[in-house]
Write a new protein. Sequence first.
Length: 203
Amino acid sequence: MSTHPLGAQAQAVVLAGGRSSRLGGTPKALFRTDSETPTLVEGTVNALLERGLPADDVVVVGPTDLPSMPVRLTREDPPFAGPAAGIVAGLEALPGEQPWTLLLACDMPRVSHAIGGLLSAAQGSDDSTRGIVVVDDGRLQPLAAIYRTAHLLQTVADQPSVNRSVRSLVGTLWDRQLTLTGATDDVDTWDDVERFGLRPPQG
């Protein structure tokens, strides 16, 4: 897949530290279709790099036993403190020099389409746009969004984030919605695992 012209001007926070409680605690980030294919978290990172984001401007927020990837790794404090805490931890781990920031969950097997759509929407936006969030099949997807970095950093600064919802942390920045179909279908249940043909991690 070719790079996106905005990719080199964007950074990304990928959240991979949830409890996966609906999957019995099996980490969603580590599911894959077979032993030769990337895990879900690796697939998300690969999709970002293929779109032109510099590796040093991508951070995965999750446990230290994730697969080795050529990007930054950090953890929310305390662990399992929720996605809002993960967003804050991810932003703190990045240089913050890029004008746009993507926020993504790691459990969307077709996320590459969402990344491309968000980068294109951001590139075509006017200066008043602070954030664009995906609405997929009528469902708003808080963890498939792109923001102007300066506004995002200002919004999360000094706000409590532990066990807080993403909407309450950054929802005020959603100036625009990007309508997609199927690009952000995620893996929440064993039915989803079967639908995508995924396998849990071994061992």
